[in-house]
Design a protein around this ligand. Structure first.
Ligand SMILES: Cc1cc2nc3c(=O)[nH]c(=O)nc-3n(C[C@H](O)[C@H](O)[C@H](O)COP(=O)(O)OP(=O)(O)OC[C@H]3O[C@@H](n4cnc5c(N)ncnc54)[C@H](O)[C@@H]3O)c2cc1C
Length: 453
């Protein structure tokens, strides 16, 4: 089919069916009624008069930013591009792995919420971001933007373990998935836990920064609780890259020693040297281990999309840092004020603590902050900066229900000879107790309300 006939067909389809739908749409959407598009070179959405914000990634950051923008600046057109058909929440997924919440608790419908708040949701793979042309190229066509928000989450750096050996990387992901990127890996891991009849489980923890730093320890506790209560003769060895448990180290250590002495061994300074997913062996700086099952977490980096968009920062030697270089206060690229990065992909923001915790709570706050920045700018005002906070509940036992908790706050202050920078305060609440489980469900309810309410 030639481009011309494809365009005519599109116009016909738009004329015959799209306009009916457009009559019922909010004004911002009506001017860009949907077309059937099959090629990355076609225009996915023609640009109308309204300024357009394109949001790449419909996860914790991106989806929240879309809703916020529609509420703060209804005159803007907002488009979310996301590869997954359904939202699957990583927060609460450790509880789901051991049957404490069901799948419906973690999964949500993108279409219903986009219609409710009047932004456009397009399920497609983002292939490139042409910042010089202010254009995003997707598998379904390309679209121009005035403002761009990137919230691509993370990817695994299997190359650090396997170089170019894709076979080993794919075998690792398929057989011993980390389940830190939603969602196929989560279902694979849940099945493996259900099928596990006993033996040695090894968990590798990536070097910092990583997505949700306390969650691997929570996962180990809940897995140990599962083994203990089901009377499965299994044992978990945690191979931590770091020299100790962080954050909420005391709370987790007490849980390992007091609740799971027979189920968990914690090994610090276990930097991974070699992984063999075929013979189920791993070599680390703290010794060599053989396993019956494993949760193998390769190092984390900003998601592919950040690399495709050319927003990865460089270190002093000019090498990629693996994370997006942004202005710490305004979260835009230093050389491109119309492009914002939020959530886990954000790089170093402070000489004191380096990275914000890579948490859904922080992604939620970034989304609100950046939506306000864009709304202010679109109204011709210069925004004042604001800073996020972070709050995280971690379960150490499912029955009796007990959790611990960590809280982070941020402010501007002096640090050594660096002048005014963002400073972090961290409060670990190490005393495990049932009230924190109630608070966790309440927290998740607020977050879900922000995304889908
Ligand atoms: C086990 C576990 C437990 C956790 N527990 C907590 C917790 O208790 N509290 C907490 O605050 N945080 C928790 N987190 C962390 C939280 O999940 C992340 O910090 C949060 O999801 C980050 O949001 P984000 O928007 O940066 O990335 P994501 O939510 O991952 O969103 C990125 C989106 O971009 C899409 N995408 C990427 N590339 C493309 C592309 N090329 N084309 C189309 N779409 C693309 C992805 O499909 C994805 O939907 C947990 C994480 C895990 C794994």
């Amino acid at each position: 089919m030639t481009h011309e006939t494809r365009s005519s067909r599109r116009n016909f389809l738009a004329a015959s069916s799209g306009l009916v739908a457009a009559a019922a749409m909010p004004p911002a959407l009506a001017q860009t009624a949907p077309f059937l598009i099959t090629s990355a070179t076609d225009v996915l959405l023609p640009k109308g008069k309204a300024q357009r914000v394109v949001i790449c990634g419909g996860g914790w950051g991106g989806l929240n930013a879309a809703k916020q923008l529609r509420q703060l600046a209804p005159q803007l057109e907002v488009v979310v591009l996301e590869r997954n058909p359904v939202f699957f929440s990583c927060p609460m997924s450790n509880k789901w792995l051991v049957g404490q919440v069901d799948t419906n608790f973690l999964t949500f419908d993108y279409l219903k919420v986009s219609e409710k708040y009047g932004y456009r949701f397009i399920q497609t793979e983002i292939l490139a971001v042409e910042r010089d042309r202010k254009r995003v190229v997707t598998a379904a066509g390309s679209l121009d933007y005035d403002y761009l928000i990137l919230s691509p989450g993370i990817r695994y750096n299997y190359e650090a373990w396997f170089g170019n050996d894709r076979r080993a990387a794919e075998a690792t992901r398929a057989r011993f998935p980390a389940a830190y990127v939603p969602n196929a890996e989560h279902f694979r891991l849940k099945q493996a836990i259900e099928d596990f009849k006993g033996g040695e489980i090894v968990m590798t923890l990536p070097p910092p920064p990583q997505r949700c730093p306390p969650s691997p320890y929570e996962r180990a506790c809940l897995l140990a609780w599962h083994l203990k209560t089901k009377k499965i003769k299994g044992h978990i060895t945690i191979l931590d890259h770091k020299d100790g448990i962080r954050p909420i180290g005391l709370g987790f250590r007490q849980a390992f020693e007091e609740l799971y002495k027979d189920q968990i061994t914690y090994v610090p300074n276990a930097q991974v040297k070699e992984v063999d997913p075929f013979n189920q062996r791993i070599k680390t700086a703290a010794g060599d281990f053989k396993f019956d099952h494993a949760i193998l977490m390769a190092p984390h980096q900003a998601g592919d999309l950040a690399w495709k968009a050319g927003v990865i920062g460089k270190n002093a030697e000019g090498k990629p840092t693996g994370w997006s270089g942004v202005d710490p206060l305004f979260l835009n690229l230093r050389d491109d004020r119309d492009v914002y990065v939020i959530g886990d992909a954000v790089g170093i923001v402070s000489p004191q603590f380096l990275f914000y915790p890579k948490a859904g709570h922080v992604a939620n706050r970034h989304a609100k902050i950046v939506a306000r920045y864009i709304a202010e700018r679109a109204a011709g005002r210069e925004p004042a900066y604001s800073l996020p906070d972070n709050l995280c509940y971690m379960w150490v036992s499912a029955d009796p229900q007990q959790a611990i908790n960590v809280q982070f706050d941020y402010k501007i202050g002096d640090f050594q000879d660096k002048g005014k920078v963002i400073l972090q305060t961290q409060i670990d609440d190490n005393e495990r107790r049932p009230e924190l489980i109630v608070e966790d469900f309440r927290w998740f309810g607020y977050m879900r309300e922000d995304l889908f309410g």
